[in-house]
Write a protein that binds this ligand. Structure first.
Ligand code: CP
Ligand code: NVA
Length: 308
């Protein structure tokens, strides 16, 4: 396991091993305080971030290593003065591990191809695997086991977080139901892969434009921004109209199980993808989810660096 580009590349066993390590790191952080001593992580950002930047940088500090924040907009790579291939070859000569948050998924694939150090996808337009590892850690903390649980995702189906959730759930045997308008269904190739993973793990993947059907009897209700970082502001009005029937509000939550938890990877907009009463209510676990980014990514870095 050299890179973390997409959860589709990881086996259920590999995902579970990282999650087990994430729990250990969370319970006993001191045990790992020198595990990545003298190692350097480069963090390449082409899009904004709060959680991803903090969790990777703090994670590296807590593991005894060092992190460098590298802003694409002020770099030769971002300015078109240097190719991704050359940039990642140079980074590989000096650093031990790299994470990148990029627009185009092909760019992270290219990085992984030319890097001689582990590459972590910290979000592309297509996937957000780090987020989903933290989400899975949170789900197991709150619900115990994965098998047999139903996660309902409501809102933008053609979305990085949705795609990675579909991969993570179907790999681990969780049922997942995506409620999304016809125009914004998940990518066909992701759905096809996940149908296969679901068959292998004995779970069910449902994609529907019916919000009530999607959320019915769910153990976990998940939503994400209607205006992802790469969506132009000009599309906002049309997207609000399109996604409003999928807003997670108290009325829709009534169709989930009474003990369902509510998740959002954040950043969140109250009054858009969910109402304030849901995200600020007793079923919400969004800040546990955010904190687990730190523990889960420390586990990912330890694993990819061969430090465990
Ligand atoms: N959830 C997440 O990745 O948040 P940031 O965009 O703040 O990193
Ligand atoms: N789908 C969102 C996730 C943010 C963490 C985006 O791409 O902006």
């Amino acid at each position: 396991m050299k890179h973390l580009i997409s959860l589709k590349d990881w086996s259920a066993q590999e995902i579970l091993e990282v999650l087990d390590l994430a729990d250990k790191v969370k319970a006993n952080p001191q045990t790992y305080r020198k595990a990545l001593k003298q190692k350097t992580l480069v963090m390449i950002f082409e899009k904004p971030s709060l959680r991803t930047r903090l969790s990777f940088e703090i994670g590296m500090t807590q593991l005894g290593g060092h992190a460098i924040h590298y802003d694409m907009s002020t770099s030769p790579m971002g300015g078109g003065k240097e190719t991704i291939e050359d940039s990642i070859k140079v980074i590989s000569r000096m650093c031990n591990i790299v994470m990148a948050r990029l627009f185009h998924h092909e760019d992270i694939l290219k990085m992984a191809e030319y890097a001689t150090i582990p590459v972590i996808n910290a979000l592309t337009d297509e996937g957000h695997p780090c987020q989903i590892l933290a989400d899975l850690q949170t789900i197991r903390e709150k619900k115990g086991e994965f098998k047999g649980l139903k996660l309902a995702y409501l809102g933008d189906g053609y979305n990085n977080v949705t795609h990675s959730l579909m991969q993570g759930c179907t790999k681990l045997g969780m049922h997942i139901s995506v409620g999304s308008p016809e125009e914004q269904m998940p990518a066909v190739e992701v759905t096809e892969d996940c149908m296969r993973f679901a068959q292998e793990s004995g779970s069910e993947l449902v994609v529907t434009d019916d919000a009530v059907e999607a959320i019915k009897e769910a153990d976990i209700v998940y939503t994400d921004s209607w205006m992802s970082y790469h969506i132009p502001k000009t599309e906002e009005a049309a997207r609000i109209k399109l996604f409003t029937p999928y807003q997670v509000n108290a009325e829709l939550m009534k169709h989930a199980k009474p003990d369902a938890i509510f998740m959002n990877c954040l950043p969140a907009l109250r009054g858009a993808e969910q109402t304030a009463e849901v995200i600020d209510g007793p079923q919400s676990v969004v800040f546990d989810e955010a904190e687990n980014r730190l523990h889960a990514q420390k586990a990912v870095m330890l694993t990819l660096c061969g430090a465990v």
